[in-house]
Design a protein around this ligand. Sequence first.
Ligand SMILES: [Zn+2]
Length: 197
Amino acid sequence: MMQHYFETARTADGARSAFTVRPIESRLAERIRATLRDDFGNVLNPITTAAPRSNPCRHCLRLTDPGERLILFAYRPFETSGPYAEVGPIFIHAEACDPYSEASGIPLDFRERPLTLRAYDARGNIHCAEVAGAGAAEEVLERFFADPAVAFVHARNPAWGCFDFRLDRASAHDSDDSHDSSTIREWVGGRGDATPV
Ligand SMILES: [Zn+2]
């Protein structure tokens, strides 16, 4: 199992990645498509999108183009309850699609856009947050996951606020000796007064 994590926590160019990307669960996507109801009482109607390179499917993590059929539903991307466990709208393809399963790295369609990255602790309380410019998310995530208080990170659309995908630390036992831990602690302290927005 450790070997599996080690091998999958590498980017396409072979560099070690600090995180893995997790789309919504396939069983949820399948249930939404089958019932056309979400967990918050909404009756859902599939739509045909007219917007190019927009409305990402949170299951395959691809942007969609005009003519693709989508379902919009309310989703709470947390495994814990509490004040931070907010609910919001997300799209999935109306027909079956393959879950995002690349080894690691930011999904290709999201590398061209800025991302809001919110880091949470194991209880689901927000720990720090930052807007990463296009192409800068991986550097921010390396810093976030160097902090042991960070349990997981959500990527969101900066303007619209919608949840895009979750990121988890590649492996709890996969420490990287190249980091200067004192520098990391100093940085984390500097972000400790960050307030959620
Ligand atoms: Zn999809």
